[in-house]
Ligand binder design. Structure first.
Ligand code: NAP
Length: 281
């Protein structure tokens, strides 16, 4: 097994691989009986073998079936895989967080979740109430780290302030060469506060590998050929070169899984990162 690079998770001593495995669409989208699970399990197992020992899922993916697919893929390897899942925005009241967590633990066939994330903010439920439940779960050992997702700078700050015993480990947000809006505020904020950014849709849902031929893409292709890498590998490496950032590409195709695994273990030079920054601005 290749050992991928690791980064510290938030302020803690825990470490996560710089590349994880996204699962949106694994086990179906909204219908849990769509089938295709064997293929999904194979893709996840290959990703784990190649060192991407970090899986991101959510209770809402395929109505919880994605978590069941993850449990099958992880099998006996539980202690060697970092599992992150999410509680949905409609379940952020105190008792509902506790119930959602129990249901996720059952579907994941585990007694702890490495990172439990609030999927989206919900202005109808005070974040202090949600975080009280998250801290109870952490105190009970059911959750090892607490994170959020799709939170702005202000919402991240409120979430941090609502935690009294634990620190906020991460914020999972959309980030790729094609979608850079977090650079205006959230990225520097999280870097300063030591909150890990988990970049979702890091290959822009397939737009990066399939991109066009204008100036931006020519720059990306030039950098890729300089390193003997592909567009996708350069785009993912560009993300993980940033101090607080790890990325979770989703790939069901085994060739894509292999290609994505080759995005770590090397680093773009500063001048090439700068060229990409400029081209994709
Ligand atoms: P993504 O990872 O940017 O893109 C996935 C798409 O790109 C799939 O169609 C995949 O095809 C294709 N792909 C992946 N690697 C490729 C490669 N090397 N070459 C060519 N095509 C490639 O987008 P995403 O699924 O939206 O985001 C990743 C994960 O982030 C999700 O699965 C989920 O876990 C998480 N997420 C979280 C949120 C949130 O609100 N927190 C929102 C969106 C996503 P194949 O499957 O055919 O390989």
């Amino acid at each position: 097994m290749t050992r991928l690079d690791f980064k510290k998770l938030g302020k803690s001593e825990a470490e996560i691989p710089v590349l994880g495995l996204g699962t949106w669409g694994f086990g179906g989208f909204s219908d849990r009986h769509l089938g295709g699970e064997d293929k999904d399990v194979k893709a996840l197992r290959l990703g784990l073998e190649l060192g991407m020992r970090f899986i991101d899922t959510a209770e809402m993916y395929a109505h919880g079936h994605s978590e069941e697919v993850v449990a099958v893929a992880v099998g006996e390897e539980r202690d060697n895989v970092f599992i992150a899942t999410k509680v949905s925005a409609e379940n952020l009241a105190y008792e509902r967080v506790l119930r959602s967590c129990e249901a996720s633990l059952k579907r994941l066939k585990t007694d702890y979740i490495d990172l439990y994330q609030v999927h989206w903010p919900n202005s109808r439920i005070p974040i202090a109430e949600t975080m009280r439940a998250m801290e109870k779960l952490a105190d009970e050992g059911k959750v090892r780290a607490i994170g959020v997702s799709n939170f702005s700078v202000e919402q991240t700050r409120e979430a941090q302030e609502a935690l009294s015993k634990h620190s906020l480990a991460s914020n999972q947000v959309e980030y790729s060469l094609a979608e850079r809006s977090i650079e205006d505020g959230l990225l520097p904020y999280c870097e300063k506060e030591k909150v890990t950014i988990i970049a979702y849709s890091p290959v822009a849902r397939g737009r990066i590998p399939g991109g066009g031929r204008d100036e931006r893409w020519r720059t990306l292709d030039n950098v890729a050929s300089k390193y003997g890498k592909t567009r996708t590998q350069v785009a993912l490496n560009w993300l993980i070169c940033k101090e607080p950032v790890v990325a979770i590409p989703k790939a069901g195709n085994l060739e894509h899984v292999r290609e994505n695994a080759g995005s770590a273990g090397w680093s773009l030079k500063k001048e090439d990162q700068d060229a990409l920054d400029k081209a994709f601005h």
